[in-house]
Write a protein that binds this ligand. Structure first.
Ligand SMILES: CC(=O)SCCNC(=O)CCNC(=O)[C@H](O)C(C)(C)COP(=O)(O)OP(=O)(O)OC[C@H]1O[C@@H](n2cnc3c(N)ncnc32)[C@H](O)[C@@H]1OP(=O)(O)O
Ligand SMILES: O=CC(=O)O
Ligand SMILES: [Mg+2]
Length: 721
């Protein structure tokens, strides 16, 4: 039973209250009474508007459902007119340019990877913040980027054959970003500093240097014995690390022990889809970790094999410039915090005895916590320009962006911050936002710092929005159809037309196959090539490897060449990706689709509901580990709900698959001592019940979201323990 502390119309869960009073407010110069009464007033003003927006979502969805049921055969121009008539599709705003000010260069002008991490996992969150710099040798050695061929397998101990391949890979890459006037980095026997310049000796006895001497920007160690040579290319740094006493450096002619790359330029600390936080206890942990990051104090004990160490945030990196000036580069990724969207409520705080909108709570509390960064209460800076960076997900259309803008304005007033201190990252991941993107950006034009194509949620919303239109194409095909190509392109073009180039990020989505790095290297270069200045990666290793793409593509000059492109793609975006009925699916294919979806759903949901783990790597039917979060769950559950509705599959088939896969998923988790299995009576477990409801009640879930059912079942599970 929760205990609440009263403040005016508010009642605040005692755990959260004690955390805010004792750990958050001290040092912010915000007085407790002022904070709670201001929060109370803010809620009184904004709750009705939040509710109205949710009702509008439901009303629009009801109209869409009705339209599709009553307008068969489908006529595209009639449909488009209908979307205009119901105000789903809005008029384009007059041309405008965003005016966002005080944006850190990591967001405004450096193109590079963006890492996402569940904030409630301190071990991963600290790792993510530190992933600003990553070892290219480790990233290549540890992944399939280096093939196993010719004796180069990963073995229990260091495999020198594989090591050789890694070194050649890294040095050949150095030739592409920092070519020598003569020869190759592979042939270097010494990197030497002479008279403010870098002299490079080759095995042939020749002496050379970089083709572009400006790329050498600093060093560490002694002038006569440098331990690192710092290079810059496309605004990103790379360190050639030298150490003859290190086993790798010792075996290298030039003493190179590693190539360290600037990797995760920015990181999103996620309170949303990769997190399971269903009550005050969970939310307090989320906020506690954000506080630790903002105060620079977050630390955690990490056990690896028989070694234990304490992981803390990395300090900045100090260098000496060629002209002997000292300078430093940030040792940490610039942090955003992703709040939850407008849908859910939380009973961590009650207003008039009712749970408050969780998005408002996140906005207020994560901003309050970020004051510690702005007020210099940390030994480290996050924003050096005095900004707070909040990613706002799952907004449907311009009015919802306007609402977030109002919320941020009111939070600034509450915290005595100058207007537009709180910046907004807009996830373009709901169909009503994609088709009105310019109007959405315009509503937050003085605070927008990114737009990002969250194609996973966007795919789930694509299905739910047109649930009644017919059966959707198979999941894998949805990724290849015109709607998504047009959505991705229109996002970049609209972002550039709104002036985001050089001021804000244009971002692309997650690489959801964390172990397939060779495939990522082939595919994800498409993100910078499309004009995006950042794209999401699931891990620090992926960040280091994806960083190579931003050396290959000069995003700033590409954006300049694209900025006058005209493309709205609206007709393609609105083309519903339905199954092509002239090529029927085979029975075997359909069964495999069911099994695959059900396996993914159960594999993710069982850890969410039974263990409170919000993001997992779950094997698909081909044993490939996939990153699963609430957005991928939204796709799988909506897809099955759609095929059930249109008779492609039957209830009996899905139920049989659920039983078969419950046993398989249990088996896949036997190594986890904390795992609570679903068998032998899956129907009696909260996880199985959640998965069942997500599929069979999928068509009635608000916008197809998974969180209402996940939260309810997780709370039931927690109550039963
Ligand atoms: C649609 C969307 O909204 S996408 C955004 C939401 N999704 C995410 O945030 C995904 C983030 N990624 C993750 O959570 C994880 O990488 C998973 C769940 C996909 C895989 O996790 P695991 O199975 O534990 O990965 P794996 O065993 O390969 O690697 C673990 C190591 O990598 C590190 N790691 C993995 N992912 C991350 C990350 N995102 N940030 C920082 N470190 C990470 C861990 O710290 C750990 O290293 P350590 O032992 O030194 O601490
Ligand atoms: O949040 C990201 C997405 O793809 O959804
Ligand atoms: Mg999303």
């Amino acid at each position: 039973m929760s205990h609440y502390i009263p403040h005016g119309n508010l009642r605040v869960n005692e755990t959260l209250h004690a955390f805010i009073e004792k750990q958050v407010l001290p040092g912010t110069h915000i007085e407790s009474g002022t904070f709670w009464s201001g929060f109370d007033a803010l809620l009184e003003k904004l709750i009705p508007e939040n509710q109205r927006l949710l009702e509008q979502r439901d009303a629009l969805q009801a109209k869409l459902d009705e339209y599709h049921q009553t307008h068969q055969p489908f006529n595209f121009s009639d449909y488009k007119q209908f979307l205009l008539d119901i105000d789903y599709l809005k008029p384009q705003p007059s041309p405008f340019t965003i005016s966002t000010a005080n944006v850190d260069k990591e967001i405004a002008s450096i193109a590079g990877p963006q890492l996402v991490v569940p904030i409630n996992n301190a071990r991963y969150a600290i790792n993510a913040a530190n992933a600003r710099w990553g070892s290219l040798y480790d990233a290549a050695y540890g992944t399939d980027v280096i093939s196993d061929e010719n004796g180069a397998e990963k073995t229990g101990t260091y495999n020198p054959v594989r090591g050789q391949k890694v070194v050649a890979f890294a040095k050949t890459w150095l030739d592409t970003i920092a070519p020598l006037k003569q020869g190759s980095h592979n042939d270097v026997i010494e990197y030497r500093l002479e008279d403010e310049s870098l002299v490079i000796l080759l095995a042939s006895g020749a002496s050379t240097t970089l083709q572009d001497s400006q790329q050498f920007v600093g060093y560490q160690g002694d002038l006569t014995n440098p331990s690192a040579i710092l290079l810059r290319h496309h605004g990103l740094h790379a360190e050639i690390q030298l150490d003859k006493t290190h086993p790798i450096g010792n075996a290298d002619a030039a003493g190179v022990k590693d190539v360290l790359l600037e990797s995760a330029i920015t990181t999103i600390m996620d309170c949303e889809d990769s997190v399971a936080a269903v009550d005050a206890e969970d939310k307090t942990l989320v906020y506690q970790n954000w506080l630790g990051l903002m105060k620079g104090t977050l630390s955690t004990e990490v056990k690896k094999g028989d070694k234990t160490f304490r992981r803390t945030l990395n300090p900045d990196r100090d260098y000496i410039s060629p002209s002997k000036q000292t300078f430093s580069l940030s040792g940490r990724s610039l942090m955003f915090v992703r709040n939850v969207g407008h849908l859910m409520t939380s009973d961590a705080i009650l207003f008039d005895n009712k749970p408050i909108p969780e998005g408002i709570m996140d906005g207020v509390i994560t901003s309050l916590i970020a004051l510690h960064d702005l007020k210099g209460n940390s030994q480290y800076n996050n924003s050096r320009t005095g900004s707070i960076y909040i990613v706002k997900p799952k907004m449907h259309g311009p009015e919802e962006v306007a609402f977030s803008n109002r919320l941020f304005t009111d939070i600034e007033a509450l915290l005595s911050l100058p207007k537009d201190t709180i910046k907004m990252g807009i996830m373009d991941e709901e169909r009503r936002t994609s088709v009105n993107l310019a109007a959405c950006i315009a509503e937050a034009k003085s605070r927008v710092v990114f737009i990002n194509t969250g194609f996973l949620d966007r795919t789930g919303d694509e299905i739910h929005t047109s649930m009644y239109a017919g059966a959707f194409a198979p999941k894998a095909e949805l990724k290849q159809m015109p709607w998504i190509t047009a959505y991705e392109k229109a996002n970049v073009v609209t972002g550039l037309a709104s002036g985001l180039g050089g001021r804000a990020q244009i971002g692309k989505g997650m690489w959801p196959v964390p172990d397939n790095m060779a495939d990522m290297m082939k595919t994800k270069i498409g993100h910078p090539q499309s004009g995006a200045s950042t794209a999401w990666v699931p891990s620090p290793t992926a960040a280091t490897l994806h960083a190579l793409h931003y050396h290959d593509v000069n995003v700033a000059s590409l954006q300049s060449s694209l900025k006058d492109t005209h493309f709205d793609g609206i007709d393609d975006i609105l083309t519903i990706p339905l199954l092509n009925e002239s090529t029927p699916l085979s029975k075997a294919f359909i069964e495999r689709e069911i099994d695959n979806n059900v396996q993914g759903i159960l594999g993710y949901v069982v850890r969410w509901v039974h263990q409170g783990i919000g993001c997992s790597k779950v094997p698909d039917i081909n044993h490939v580990g996939l990153m699963e979060d609430r957005a991928t769950l939204r796709i799988s559950s909506q897809h099955l709900a759609n095929w059930l509705m249109h008779g492609i599959i039957t209830k009996e088939q899905v139920e049989a698959a659920l039983h078969k896969m419950a046993a398989l998923v249990d088996e896949q988790n036997t190594a986890d001592s904390e795992y609570k299995p679903m068998m032998p009576n899956p129907e009696e477990t909260t996880a199985f019940q959640a998965a069942y409801a997500l599929i069979f009640e999928g068509h009635t879930q608000p916008n197809g979201y998974t969180e209402p059912l996940l939260h309810a079942k997780r709370r039931e599970e927690k109550a039963s323990n």
